[in-house]
Design a protein around this ligand. Structure first.
Ligand code: 4NP
Length: 158
């Protein structure tokens, strides 16, 4: 079998959007029996919440759909580009920060915007940050749509 596709979802704090994206994507893989074909992680461009579990409202939004978010926050570092094939930014600001961290054209080519895979997303659109504004359930729904689109893309069924 070919080696797994390695995907890292990245937001700012790694406690709201990217842990949701990671958990939703893992859930889709489990539903479809595709776990062995992927390695999935998430990280934040910022380090303020390193070691923390996801935001309580993020975990509650996922729990209401039967999904448990277990990840602990960590910060994305340039070396992470070596460990992943797809580095998927939650919004344009994360996307720019990742491109600043990228060392080579090969790194840069790994950076994608999550909602570019969302059939309902407009070009360049981000997942709204719920940390200050709320809207945790809506963030979950957006992550679900974009994760479906990303999986279709990666399995050649887009
Ligand atoms: P996230 O949300 O990037 O979706 O995890 C945020 C979490 C924390 C902060 C900002 C956004 N913060 O400024 O601490």
């Amino acid at each position: 079998m070919s080696r797994p596709i390695r995907v890292c979802f990245v937001c700012l704090g790694n406690i709201c959007r990217s842990p949701t994206a990671e958990a939703v994507f893992l859930h889709l893989l489990a539903e479809r029996g595709l776990e062995d074909r992927f390695e999935v992680d998430s990280a934040g461009t910022g380090g303020w919440h390193v070691g923390e579990r996801a935001h309580p409202d993020t975990r509650a939004a996922a729990a209401s759909r039967g999904i448990e978010i277990r990840s602990r926050a960590r910060q994305f570092v340039a070396k992470d580009f070596d460990a992943f094939d797809y580095v998927v930014a939650m919004d344009g600001s994360n996307h720019r920060d990742l491109l600043r961290l990228a060392r080579t054209d090969e790194d840069r080519a790994k950076v994608h915007l999550f909602r570019d895979f969302d059939p309902a997303g407009a070009p360049g659109q981000g997942v709204p940050d719920p940390y200050y504004e709320g809207g945790f359930d809506a963030v979950y729904d957006i992550c679900e749509a974009a994760a479906e689109g990303l999986l279709a893309h990666l399995t050649g069924r887009a």
